[in-house]
Ligand binder design. Structure first.
Ligand code: DAH
Length: 348
């Protein structure tokens, strides 16, 4: 009789002590099974009630049931405390410091040809030129015919052409423009003097590549037409351009050259900014560097545009952006620009 009661209080003491020591949910579970499970110590006592005399069963049963309730309540309470502790721990461990700086993002930059193109366009815009654009796939008419380069003219040899693979009126008439000069004709078709325009764009040539030639390149065409434009305007404008790009101290020189759409035609040279005219590798020991082609717009082209050729005159020019970028940056092979090697491109 007394011994069962003693057992119950022994169980209570042990159970509460062990419960206090259960430090995580696993050990709490083990504890619950040990005392309250089907084979648990307290369950054993409750099972034993059946074989007891009625008096004893009442007393022992009351004590055992009270303890059962108490242990169950204690277990729930402990479980709640442990779960809360676990949540707090997880929050602590997974805490993010949102004020830490993130990993740096790689940032892009402008391609060296884009940079030089923008500088060139800015120089002309600042002198009052507008910027226009034209198609890369062009008609024979604009690329050659209207520029006074008819089909069998030897000057066609100056531009090795990539033709489009289809015929119109029994012959191939479309091509990848070999220069930006067709835009002289296109601009004149839809505007009236005074005209001051520069036209940037990609051009294509059917030729082998080497350190100074690519099959694709970027040109800027220029056209100015107005009453009374003279060669002095051409020289003043292009000398100013050369100085804005290559330095105010540049000396410039014009030499005769031939282009079918200008008369007279010429090339613009600057004194070599590497050797200052002494003669070096960059200028081919001549002391001078050629930077563009130009000339006075042929009167026939002015008349074909429907302008009064007695009244209006103009000048035109064309330059290669890659060539200018090569010179500015001292790069010795044009092919680097389009090889897409970041080790090269990141230097600009
Ligand atoms: N289109 C010529 C070329 O690609 C460059 C050129 C020369 C353009 C003289 C002009 C010019 O407008 O007047 O070789």
């Amino acid at each position: 009789m007394t011994s069962e009661i003693d057992t119950i209080s022994a169980i209570q003491q042990a159970a509460l002590r062990e419960l206090a020591a259960a430090s995580d949910l696993d050990s709490l579970d083990a504890w619950r099974i040990a005392y309250l499970g089907r084979r648990g110590r307290l369950t054993g006592v409750l099972r034993g009630l059946a074989g007891m005399p009625i008096e004893e069963r009442r007393r022992v049963g009351a004590g055992a049931n009270a303890l059962k309730e108490r242990l169950e309540a204690a277990c729930d309470e402990r479980r709640a405390a442990l779960e809360e502790a676990r949540v707090t721990q997880v929050i602590q461990e997974e805490r993010l410091d949102v004020t830490l700086p993130g990993p740096p993002l790689p940032h892009g930059r402008l391609h060296p040809i884009t940079q030089t193109l923008r500088d060139v366009l800015r120089a002309f815009r600042d002198m009052g030129f507008q910027v226009a654009e034209g198609p890369e796939i062009e008609w024979d008419y604009y690329n050659f015919e209207a520029l006074r380069i008819p089909a069998d003219h030897p000057a066609r040899d100056m531009w090795d052409t990539l033709w489009m693979d289809f015929e119109h009126d029994g012959r191939r008439q479309m091509l990848l423009r070999t220069h930006t000069s067709p835009n002289q004709i296109r601009v004149m078709e839809h505007s009236q003097p005074p005209i001051r325009v520069v036209v940037p764009g990609k051009c294509y040539r059917f030729e082998a590549t080497d350190p100074t030639h690519e099959w694709m390149m970027t040109q800027v065409e220029g056209l100015a037409i107005d009453a009374g434009i003279s060669m002095a305007d051409l020289k003043g404008t292009l000398a100013e351009f050369a100085r804005r790009i290559f330095g105010q101290e540049r000396r410039v020189a014009f030499r005769c050259d031939y282009f079918p759409f200008v008369e007279p035609g010429m090339e613009l040279r600057i004194d070599c900014f590497i050797c200052r005219g002494e003669g070096c590798r960059t200028c081919g020991r001549s002391g001078w560097i050629e930077i563009l082609g130009a000339g006075m717009v042929h009167p026939e082209i002015i008349a074909n545009a429907g302008y009064d050729a007695e009244k209006y005159t103009g000048f035109a020019f064309g330059l290669g952006i890659e060539r200018i970028a090569l010179l500015r940056h001292g790069v010795d092979d044009i092919r680097y620009f389009y090889a897409n090697d970041l080790r090269f491109l990141r230097q600009f």
